[in-house]
Design a protein around this ligand. Structure first.
Ligand SMILES: Nc1ncnc2c1ncn2[C@@H]1O[C@H](COP(=O)(O)OP(=O)(O)O)[C@@H](O)[C@H]1O
Ligand SMILES: C[C@@](O)(CCOP(=O)(O)O)CC(=O)O
Length: 417
């Protein structure tokens, strides 16, 4: 099963993981109701290439990180094992590596924690370069953090030989466990839902305090993710709903019950691999409209989200806010009858107002490790693209297209990589 660890030499590979979106049940989940989340096939990709100078070269262009780390900077396994919380790794790092508060600091801390726990002596001595590119907007509630952590954790597990292609349940559970620790470094006390959806892919039902339930990945839906780019505070929005509930407990509890039953019915349909695609699509269209209306009743929508809903609805695409609301992202279902022209019209109309739309699919595959693309090794692919060892010189979209073209697949199937 496992190859990399025992080998003295190894060849470049790419690990990748998708983002996530809450499909149904945000806010109600805080009150113990079920929610349904799905993988969003906009992925983070980590390209890992060997070095022979004992240095780890971290290149995260999306967040302007380009740092060289010596193996002596990495805390020992014994040191991080005794930390009360993975986030305390900061105490063990040389001050020169601790960047100012922000995305770069979090990403480097996560890398150091995971290296400390997972990197073998051989790989510390040899060194490697890791370049992460992501098609997910950072900090927009689409799980860019979990996708990054999974790409990182699976890459390091592959290096030390505990994971090969990350395609078995056993391997995925291991990746999920370590990605969750990465999430703890970044977020303190995450629920674990983002990393679970992104590791396993497909659809997942979750209820506070219980283990997430995999709903399988038999269904694959086209959606338009619309990032309003209006900043939001999940904490403030959750607190606002709490105030409303305190004032109107019966009414708000009824809203929460209604949202919970929308999630449950959708979960049942996703779980059944034989649910016909058109029945699923029709049911989800109503469920999306209903769930959004109930979120409006909770006071968590925003004019920008209503604008997405109106423009998408005018092109027969039902839309709802996803996540906490108050800005952030909305998700519009693209029915099979929608033409490319319909999709482009929605994207164009919304882009004029500063809203960025990403056509993608939900329910696609989770973590993946690729060392061959369309039958050719990653090395051959890099050589052909004239970018050996360096994924950083091209834009994210060009990167996506380069892989998709090389693999001769439509970008909608990009998740296959
Ligand atoms: N492309 C990327 N490259 C490096 N780090 C990333 C990337 N995307 C996300 N991250 C990490 O995840 C963090 C974003 O987490 P968060 O604000 O919770 O956003 P999201 O809601 O998208 O998960 C960043 O601060 C960074 O540490
Ligand atoms: C509103 C809520 O249900 C989801 C928040 O989602 P996000 O922070 O927008 O990814 C809060 C929660 O579940 O903790």
């Amino acid at each position: 099963m496992v190859v990399a660890a025992s080998k003295k030499t190894w060849t470049p590979f790419i690990s990748s993981a998708p983002g996530k979106a809450i499909l149904f049940g945000e806010h109600a989940v805080v009150y113990g109701k079920p929610a349904v989340a799905a993988s969003v096939d906009m992925r983070a990709y980590a390209l890992v290439t060997p070095r022979h100078d004992g240095l780890m070269h971290l290149v995260f262009p999306d967040i302007s990180v380009d740092t060289v780390i010596r193996s002596s900077d990495i805390p020992s396994k014994e040191q991080t094992e005794v930390l009360l919380h993975p986030g305390d790794v900061a105490e063990l790092l040389p001050p020169s590596l601790l960047k100012p508060e922000g995305a770069g600091r979090t990403a480097v801390m996560t890398f150091m924690f995971l290296c400390s726990a997972l990197l073998t002596q051989q790989h510390r001595e040899q060194g490697f370069s890791i370049c992460v590119r992501s098609l997910l907007p950072v900090g927009a509630g689409l799980g860019s953090s979990a996708a990054f952590n999974i790409a990182l954790a699976s890459a390091l597990l592959r290096l030390n030989g505990l994971v090969d292609r990350a395609d078995s349940t056993e391997e995925r559970e291991l990746v999920n466990k370590w990605a969750f620790k990465g999430e703890q470094v970044a977020h303190g006390t995450p629920s674990g839902i983002d990393n679970s959806v992104a590791t396993f892919g497909g659809f997942l039902q979750y209820t506070k305090g219980t283990a997430p339930v995999q709903l399988g990945s038999a269904h694959y839906l086209r959606v338009l993710i619309c990032d309003t780019r209006v900043p939001k505070s999940t904490k403030a929005l959750v607190a606002g709903v709490r105030v409303l509930r305190d004032a109107h407990p019966d009414a708000i509890d009824s809203v929460m019950d209604a949202i919970g039953s929308i999630s449950l019915t959708a979960a049942r349909m996703f779980r059944n691999a034989r649910t016909p695609a058109d029945a699923l699509q029709n049911h989800l269209a109503d469920a999306v409209r209903l769930n959004h209306a109930l979120l409006v009743a909770l006071g968590v929508s925003h004019p920008s989200l209503e604008r997405v809903r109106d423009v998408a609805a005018a092109h027969s695409m039902p839309a709802k806010l996803t996540g906490a609301g108050g800005g952030g992202c909305a998700l519009a279902l693209i029915p099979p009858s929608a033409t490319d022209g319909d999709i482009e019209s929605v994207i164009r109309e919304l882009s004029v107002e500063g809203i960025r739309c990403y056509p993608t699919v939900i329910g696609g595959c989770g973590v993946k490790i690729t060392d061959a693309i369309a039958g050719k090794s990653v090395v051959a692919w890099l050589e052909r693209k004239n970018m050996t060892g360096n994924l950083c010189s091209i834009s994210n979209n060009d990167f996506a297209l380069a892989i998709a073209r090389f693999a001769s697949m439509p970008s909608a199937d990009f998740g296959a990589i």
